[in-house]
Design a binder for this molecule. Structure first.
Ligand code: NAD
Ligand code: DAU
Length: 364
């Protein structure tokens, strides 16, 4: 049995692959383009694991994806691959359209071609699980109820619009062609291996470097935080028991304003790595110009996943954020390689010959 995971060198995909292989001997084919957000150093512990096959390539490369599907005959495809950072989508939306919309379309077509030729039993058991976001639902006012799966789609940023489009394609491929799809829409993740362009890791690494902690606008925008390993357990559960064609919202009931998050990070750092002069890291907080079109509040109603599939997050926000800060303090090399860009040379340093497109780095 084999899984094809796309985007498995990014933050959530890599956590998923690491967690999967810690518990299972089912081989994972990990297809990732290695954009700036893809980091093979995150997967270094799998270097000698015969159940991890890394392939550098694009989900939109139909020939490559068809070849992988034929060669490895996966029972499921889990699509994490995406451009994921809202601020980058505002500065340059092109890549978001290319990967999140066109790439998902091409991937769906490749998978449809493979799936439709499968023998009946394999065809019935096959799954395409699409990993999406709560941002497709738009922004909530203070007193609106949390997003349920039936909430209208109202994306506001180029990123969320591109993810919304991908969700619609996945839905259409199920309704029109019968492709056995599942979609998850998750809230903000945090945890180990998070690229320090996103709020929580950025605040940790900037604080430790003595830099400003840039809070957009009034800092009262609300996000609903979920420890990344709880997102991964939800995906495993949906893959195992989700109803075909259904969408499942994933969240941890942890709505917090950004400013509170930043103060929590500072307080933990004050405790775990106090500054020599005795001052708090909170003195480094600065407010900066707001993000254009900044969504005010996200909140996820995860009752469908909890009640129908029995999923529950293992971490509270307090336990998860402490683990996260501890992880960044314990892994300064990972952080410094990301900051210096050295992580991008890691494949060349570790492997000979260097990885190239469509090269399996870790062949079974
Ligand atoms: P990330 O940016 O950390 O990782 C994305 C990965 O996809 C990278 O390894 C990158 O190299 C790869 N990739 C990009 N374009 C590709 C392409 N064309 N072909 C193959 N690989 C490609 O993102 P993440 O935070 O790990 O998010 C993973 C998925 O989860 C995304 O679909 C995102 O929309 C979704 N999501 C993220 C969050 C969050 O809080 N981070 C929450 C909900 C949903
Ligand atoms: O809700 C799920 C989404 O969460 C995912 O789909 C996205 O892929 C993921 O990037 C994340 O999007 P956000 O825009 O919510 O995450 P980000 O970490 O960029 O920002 C979180 C909040 O913090 C947001 O309100 C903007 C604010 N912020 C962010 C940064 C980077 C700041 O105030 N200062 C900053 O420097």
């Amino acid at each position: 049995m084999t899984l094809l995971v796309t985007g498995g060198a990014g933050f959530i995909g890599a956590n998923f692959v690491l967690d999967w292989l810690a518990e299972s001997s089912e081989t994972v084919i990990n297809l990732d383009k290695l954009t700036y957000a893809g980091n093979l150093e995150t997967l270094a512990s799998l270097q000698d694991n015969p159940h991890h096959v890394f392939v550098q390539g694009d989900i939109g490369d139909a020939d490559l994806v068809a070849q992988l599907l034929q060669t490895y005959q996966p029972r499921a495809v889990i699509n994490f691959a995406a451009e994921s950072h809202v601020d980058r989508s505002i500065h340059g939306p092109g890549e978001f359209i290319e990967t999140n919309i066109v790439g998902t379309f091409r991937l769906l077509e490749s998978v449809r071609g493979f799936w439709s030729a499968l023998p009946a039993a394999e065809k019935t058991g096959f799954r395409f699980l699409h990993v999406s976001t709560d941002e497709v639902y738009g922004s909530l006012s203070q007193d609106e109820p949390a997003f349920a799966e039936t909430h209208r789609y109202e994306p506001n940023s180029p990123y969320s619009a591109s993810k919304a489009a991908s969700d619609h394609l996945v839905r259409a491929w199920h309704h029109t062609y019968g492709l056995p799809v599942l979609t998850t829409n998750c809230s903000n993740n945090y945890g180990p291996f998070h690229f320090p362009e996103k709020l929580i890791p950025l605040m940790i690494v900037n604080a430790l470097a003595g830099k400003h902690l840039p809070v957009y606008g009034d800092g009262m925008q609300i996000r609903d935080w979920l420890y990344v390993k709880d997102h991964c357990s939800a995906i495993r559960r949906v893959l195992q028991a989700g109803q075909l064609g259904e969408t499942y919202n994933v969240g941890g009931w942890n709505e917090k304003p950004n400013l509170e998050i930043v103060h929590t990070v500072c307080k933990l750092l004050d405790e775990l790595r106090p500054k020599a002069d005795g001052s708090s890291y909170a003195t480094q907080i600065t407010t900066v110009t707001d993000r254009p079109g900044h969504d005010r509040r996200y909140a996820i109603d995860a009752r469908k996943l909890e009640q129908e599939l029995g999923w529950k997050p293992a971490e509270t926000f307090d336990s998860g954020i402490r683990k996260t800060v501890e992880w960044y303090l314990a892994n300064p090399d990972w952080v410094s390689h990301v900051q210096s860009g050295a992580y991008r040379d890691w494949v060349q340093q570790q492997y000979a010959p260097p990885a190239s497109a469509a090269t399996a780095v870790n062949a079974v």
